[in-house]
Design a protein around this ligand. Structure first.
Ligand code: SF4
Length: 433
């Protein structure tokens, strides 16, 4: 039997990364985690395609089983693959965020849908498949982090990818932001510290990126983890929430264990917008202080902002590039609010008739797919493009990099490269599609 695993990607999204893709694209940890669930010797051939940088070919091999993981924005692409492989006689299984949120829709395109985490469902499905009686649906959320097998990365492409490996200590988060899909999928359940350390040792890399959505969320756990990371003498980066910038003990422990950068979803400079979507920390007037605190510990900050909350006015959004510059960030990113199926935000907008389209390939965070409260969709998209352009003038690119706490360090060039890369990434987003 021959198996193909695919992480599907929206065609529009594949191209925008272009020449700088190796600064922004991470190797697929999803595929590596799925590979770890495939029993040795069950298939004579296992191929793995990360469509972000590899092409899906329908006719090169006759596959018996094709398993596709995808997010909402890639679902239309994934459905195309389902049709092609089914036409060629393969049994097709779908999983991932979109399949978890909308299993009935996904079931129309494949033979089996896997909802939620794969750790129990894929082995159960494979066992049934081998016996010739696979079920149409598998769903088991009761998965404990301690059971996760070590991801198998050797089949995952590194082509056009950042050469820094990714790892997860805790896939979940204890917060409940309305627009976040994480909670639908993962529970707040950190992996045992020794397992994380073992995985990092096995990677053999001196740099890693933690993909955890809220790395510092479980304070005691993360202090223990950082203590265990210290002897490894690695450099690492992770996601954080804004309150990290008040906790000097945590920041110092982070730096001492090798943390040199955090990505924070600051989301908005409008307090009402943040409290309206359930953000735990919304003292936006303290952002500057928080960023200065993090810098004082030698850690750089990438701040992410979302445009289109109900309290966002046109004037406020247009002022973002200047206001963001004053915050002193090292890197910044912008996205249009996107209510993904399965989130409270989607549920609320759908109930109020504010979802404008279910063309899922527009759910890429640079299209307005809902009716904004204070502005038209066209204007929101125009402002989004303007904000990228103004935040990434050459003067701002070099100023940000010059002020960074990384200046004078070897890895400073990564930051400068990322700033230049984001300038082109933003320019590409400016092309209306
Ligand atoms: S803090 Fe981040 S990961 Fe946690 S719920 Fe909010 S957006 Fe999601």
């Amino acid at each position: 039997m021959k198996l193909l695993l695919i992480h599907a990607w929206n065609a529009r999204e594949r191209s925008y990364r272009g020449a700088f893709s190796n600064l922004f694209s991470y190797s697929s940890l999803t595929l590596a985690a799925i590979c770890a669930l495939i029993p040795e010797g069950m298939f004579e051939q296992v191929d793995v395609i990360d469509e972000n940088s590899q092409k899906v070919q329908y006719d090169r091999t006759q596959y018996d089983l094709v398993m596709i993981s995808f997010e909402t924005s890639s679902s239309i692409t994934a459905y195309g693959h389902c049709a092609q492989f089914r036409k060629r006689g393969a049994y097709v299984v779908c999983g991932g965020y979109h399949a978890t949120a909308l299993p009935d829709e996904v079931a129309e395109h494949c033979d089996t849908v896997i909802q939620g985490p794969a750790e129990h469902s894929i082995p159960a499905f494979l066992s049934d498949f081998a016996k010739g009686c696979p079920k149409p649906r598998y769903c088991d959320f009761d998965v404990c982090a301690a059971e996760f097998p070590l991801p198998v990365r050797d089949k995952i492409t590194k082509r056009k990818k950042l050469r820094i490996p990714g790892i997860v200590a805790n896939r979940g988060c204890m917060n409940a932001c309305k627009y976040c899909s994480m909670r639908m999928m993962w529970r707040n359940d950190p992996r045992p510290v020794e397992q994380v350390v073992e995985e990092i040792r096995a990677l053999g890399s001196k740099m890693v990126i933690f993909y955890d959505p809220n790395f510092f969320g479980n304070r005691e756990y993360v202090l223990a983890l950082m203590k265990a990371l210290k002897p490894l003498k690695i450099l690492w980066a992770s996601n954080a929430t804004a309150d990290f910038g008040y906790d000097h003990v945590l920041m110092q422990a982070a730096y001492d264990s090798g943390c040199r950068g955090v990505l924070i979803g600051l989301e908005s400079l409008n307090t009402q917008s943040l409290s309206g979507v359930g953000k735990q920390f919304y003292e936006t007037d303290r952002y500057q202080e928080i960023i200065a605190n993090i810098h004082s510990h030698g850690i750089a900050v990438n701040g992410c902002f979302v445009l289109g909350f109900d309290h966002d006015t046109e004037e406020e959004l247009l002022a973002l590039p200047e206001r963001v510059e004053r915050l002193g960030l090292d890197l910044c990113r912008f996205a249009i609010l996107t209510p993904y199926p399965g989130t409270k935000q989607f549920e609320e907008y759908e109930k109020n008739g504010r979802i404008l389209t279910k063309e899922w390939d527009r759910y890429t965070q640079h299209h307005a797919v809902f009716e904004p409260a204070q502005i038209t969709t066209e204007r929101l998209e125009e402002i989004y493009r303007t904000v990228w352009k103004k935040a990434y003038t050459w003067r701002r690119v070099f100023r940000r990099a010059w002020r960074s706490p990384w200046r004078g360090k070897l890895y400073y060039w990564i930051l400068l490269g990322a700033n230049i890369g984001f300038k082109f990434l933003g320019a590409n987003k400016r092309k209306p599609k």
